[in-house]
Design a protein around this ligand. Sequence first.
Ligand code: MTE
Length: 323
Amino acid sequence: MLIRIKKASDVSSSEITSKEAILNRRAFMTAAAAASGVALLPTFAGPAFAAARLENVKKTKWGEAEKPATLEGITSHNNFYEFGTGKSDPKRNAHTLKPKPWTVEIAGHAEKTGTFDLDDLIRPHQLEERIYRMRCVEAWSMVIPWVGIPLGDVLKRLGPTSKAKYVAFETLVDHEQMPAQRSPALPWPYLEGLRMDEAMHPLTLLAVGIHGEVMPNQNGAPIRLVVPWKYGFKGIKSIVKISFVEKQPPATWNIQAPREYGFYSNVNPERSHPRWSQSRERVITGEGGIKALFAPRAETKMFNGYAEEVASLYAGMDLFNNF
Ligand code: MTE
């Protein structure tokens, strides 16, 4: 099958703001290869955690007063079932993922659809560091210094039409790169979705790095979703497809256990998970080991502390039943 790779200029060259953003050398290679008709050879994928600094990252006010968890903590305690169901499995196993080259298919109700080289999607945007508190549905949390771009900025450039009411996301399916997909632990691909206004909200990120470094494989290389007012499982990793759709799309954990995990999954300390309370969380700092059991505890806040920014998205909605 022929994959059509668009150049950034096909999207809109007038909107390109930063020529120095990450990985632009790769985009030139893609363009040159496309022009010459030569297929690109896969480049070195590197180990699961290859330290490579991202350049030209703008600091922001988000979380500037917070103390981020250590890189070791953030990369050692993960949920990524494509590499196993244990928290330490992704670090051990994710070296088989090849995050470069990477394409993302854009589908559905938008003016610009097709298969894009990831670098071409990202390059026109200014990379930002955003330090967000992340709350896992399993009642632990971590402060993570993400590097990324607002998802809404990318979506706007693709020109969603009035029929686009939701955005659907899909993770790669590849039994060689993601060996645990041979087991039926979850239905593959991992799927997630957001309502259009949630996707467009300025807090919602497409993340490409952590602690100033290229996204480690176990955290969702090369690109993942970050929605800080929702439980962590909404943050789908290693995205290969983004679709603009009319109806609420399927989401993996919601399909798996609909009574336990809703589509919205906004952090809500007043609505317990059927099997445990969501009123408190263990804060994993990565210092002195990564065991959640021994971590200090904190009160969980409505919308994970981002109520001021996002509560208006849900005005008038029954958040107990729309969980
Ligand atoms: N994305 C994919 N493709 N597969 C997964 O298993 N796990 C989710 C989410 N994204 C998951 C995924 C869950 S349950 C959580 S809590 C977060 O990723 C964890 O992200 P982290 O490992 O970077 O902390």
